[in-house]
Ligand binder design. Sequence first.
Ligand code: 5GP
Ligand code: MG
Ligand code: MG
Length: 178
Amino acid sequence: MLQPITIHDKQFSLYIPERRIQHSVEVVAARISHDYRGKQPLFLAVLNGSFMFASDLMKEMSIPCEISFIKLSSYADMKSTGKVKEIMGLNQEIEGRHVVIVEDIVDTGNTIAGLLPQLREKGVASVEVATMLIKPECLEHNLSIKYPAISVPGEFVVGYGLDYNGLGRNLRDIYKVM
Ligand code: 5GP
Ligand code: MG
Ligand code: MG
């Protein structure tokens, strides 16, 4: 029996081992490579959590593709639309591009629901979402997430890019809180 790990004040148990993660990433990369043949997609990885998934996904792609990294920051004083996030670091022209958003996890869907209209406003040719993890039972928006790697229940997870108060991102496996 594997020992739980401690991060800050909480204990976590192994949930998704590295080999299953890698297999799921390969499957998603193969699907995207197939769907975007001849289109040279632009991946937009949402920092910080997606850095590891984005890296592994890129390595498994079998077609030419580009990547850019963005951060999202909430508008400070827009209480009524507190979920709207400003895109930071988008230094690439995305008009006319086939964009694939790369996320670590889709939980409520607020982040993606806020991001999609902003990208469409900038005139992308198409936009889809690839996410390492999705919590279907937590989704609060009618979103179509085309490339989810692994579905998980609504429990807090860390590892493979995901953190608990700054720690745990470097873990090769995914752990869930006990
Ligand atoms: P949303 O609710 O907008 O879909 O997800 C927002 C963000 O919450 C995610 O990008 C991720 O950073 C964080 N998040 C949601 N669920 C979890 C989780 O189980 N573990 C960790 N570490 N972060 C999560
Ligand atoms: Mg995220
Ligand atoms: Mg976090």
